[in-house]
Design a binder for this molecule. Structure first.
Ligand code: HEM
Length: 154
């Protein structure tokens, strides 16, 4: 099915419900990633170069928040234009950052799984297959756009 107002609303509604605990949820999101793929923690310079425990590192939260907010923006773009483009000015830089860090397709898969799993546990009463599909699709389009930019740079 096409990505329309209903799909966007499922994403936006759950994100609004998560907002007041967003920092905590964002942290759980990436701790889940590292539970599934412990080696992924080594990709992050601010984790490699720090003595602070992972769950206390403020920069981890900010990356997780970036993913959340960009997937939400992606849902809006999908509804409006039927496609997702990472903003021209930021996309090359963002792709370059991920390429240099050594992020590969499998990492995107792990992050996708952890994202959906985190939302499911954050808003259990709202969670339904349609919500899962909406978040999944918004993520997939964003990840595809980012991976395509990475491919062009490599
Ligand atoms: C950096 C977004 C997926 C690993 C960044 C930055 C953004 C971002 C905005 C720049 C600065 C920051 O906020 O920390 C995204 C989005 C993703 C995504 C929207 C999914 C669609 C991933 C995945 C991985 C990853 C799958 C690997 C598990 C990194 C690393 C950096 C980074 C290692 C550099 C951090 C550093 O060393 O300073 N990402 N990211 N990202 N991202 Fe992602």
């Amino acid at each position: 099915i096409a990505f329309g107002e209903e799909q966007e609303a499922l994403v936006v509604r759950s994100w609004n419900a998560m907002r007041k605990d967003a920092a905590d949820i964002a942290l759980k999101f990436f701790l889940r990633v590292f539970e599934i793929a412990p080696s992924a923690a080594r990709l992050f310079s601010f984790l490699r170069d720090s003595n602070v425990p992972v769950d206390k590192n403020p920069k981890l939260k900010s990356h997780a928040m970036s993913v959340f907010t960009m997937v939400c923006e992606s849902a809006t773009q999908l509804r409006k234009k039927g496609k997702v483009s990472v903003r021209e000015t930021t996309s090359k830089k963002l792709a370059g950052t991920h390429l240099k860090a050594g992020v590969i397709d499998e990492h995107f898969e792990v992050v996708r799984f952890a994202l959906l799993d985190t939302i499911k546990h954050a808003v259990p009463a709202m969670w339904c297959p349609e919500m899962s599909a909406a978040w999944g699709e918004a993520y997939d389009h964003l990840a595809a756009a980012l991976k395509e930019e990475m491919r062009l740079l490599s």
